[in-house]
Write a protein that binds this ligand. Sequence first.
Ligand code: TEU
Ligand code: CA
Length: 548
Amino acid sequence: MQTIITKASSLPWWKNSVIYQIYPRSFQDSNNDGIGDLQGIIQRLPYLEKLGIDAIWLSPVCRSPQDDNGYDISDYQDIDPMFGTLEDMDKLIQTAKKYNIRIIVDLVLNHSSDEHRWFLEAKKSKTNPYHDYYIWKDGTPDEKPNDMLAAFGGSAWEWVPELQQYYFHQFSVKQPDLNWENPKVRREIYDMILWWMDRGVGGFRLDVIDQIAKEPDQGITSNGPHLHEFIQELSRETFQKGDLITVGEAWGANTENAKLYSNPDGSEFSMVFQFEHIGLDQQEGKEKWDLAPLDFIKLKNVFHKWQTQLYGCGWNSLFWDNHDLPRIVSRWGNDSEYRVESAKMLATLLHGMQGTPYIYQGEELGMTNVCYDIQDYRDIETINLYHERLEKGYKEEEIMHSIHVKSRDNARTPMQWSANDYAGFSTTEPWISINPNYVQINAESQLQDPDSIFYYYQKLIQLRKKYSIFINGQFHLYLDEDPDIMAYTRTLEDEVLLVICNFHNITRTIDLPISIPTDHQLLISNYSDSIDASTLRPYEARIYYFKK
Ligand code: TEU
Ligand code: CA
């Protein structure tokens, strides 16, 4: 059988790329202060090269008071000393290039830190030239402009007595929202981005970009009326001057506006990073802490919708995990008996689809959630939620259960490199406790085991590079009402990829959605022995390739 090699010269490079997300403070500590840093990342580049990834999305490393772990930036053109220096950053960009890995910088443009020079100026007086860089409302201390709430608890309005004004913040009080209506703000931002482009970065991830065009007077946060106008100007003034990958984080995306964010004409971003598949284990209309069992049928429908509606007219990111989400193997897989099988199944299901896959650090090892006492959590969202719900009268047990399942710190525990002290992450007590299962789950042992989750991810990445059908194949969902199985094909002219995944801890026999010819190739599977094609053991996953 002929093997199809992608010589994807007509494709933008990021279409067959795989991105690896690093949360720097938890990846590798090089100077033994218990916090991950840039030199630590440089040391681990050979590991990432081995995995086969093309780019690193680096969560923010700019100067920051770290109220929200770097998503509160006080200087966009300097590195926080905790992570190193600007020279270290240049070194990372240059060294990564030698490994054919590009660095994607995380741009937090919706808000700055309240310790940013602009905000320090802005709050000096109403006539200060920087005052309009932020969003202010006159008022009295006892009456807020409206009842809008901030994502990390409390009102979205913070009183500044010296000015007799409130400022607007969608996240913590230390993250005042920037005023994108002000052309001076936009120009400052563009110049800063061009400066990063000159340093040789490979692209940008745009934090909560759907929220920049807010209209607080009308209660509008995401998808404001000027949003796409702003994004198109941003793209024109910056990204379009380079060969970059750009990805817009948009919790408020739907398939219609996603076609704008990821318009193939390049007028906005390369791709959208949206979350519709992520919220399916919470009660509808409630908060992420209000748990509900995962609706698997809905999950399949959501994937189906995005796969078919963006086909040929948009581009999606494929992800299960990031630094804001619990670990997928604990969430929708099985983190005990079938940890290895279910981690591989989830990877298969995701990497078989169209889009650019993202692997969040440790996902390639099947790292799991943690179950700490409240004093061991570090995340502002988690800590605020704990106090807010206690005050509201929730039982402590119930709150802690939500935190164990959903806290962002599940993703933020240090990378498990080895069974050595502190998991090979550091030689001292890290900023957040290490998951005690590092003795069993770590990179060193998986690198020695050809059947490990690590090598399974490596193989998925290689397949994507070898068969262009992973990039361009058209998606069809089968067995859409089946409660356990997700089955889909990707087709491209006479070629077919058939992906079959058992999502649950039972053995199932199915009617194969399409017949598999005898001269097929089984490209990958998470069970080493094979039984008949229509039987799937717990969490079994397979990808077949054949010609029609
Ligand atoms: O996240 C956007 C966002 O909306 C999340 O804060 C979300 O509300 C929360 O994580 C759900 O639990 C981005 C960053 O990824 C996140 O780390 C930042 O805290 C946030 O923006 C503010 O910059
Ligand atoms: Ca360090």
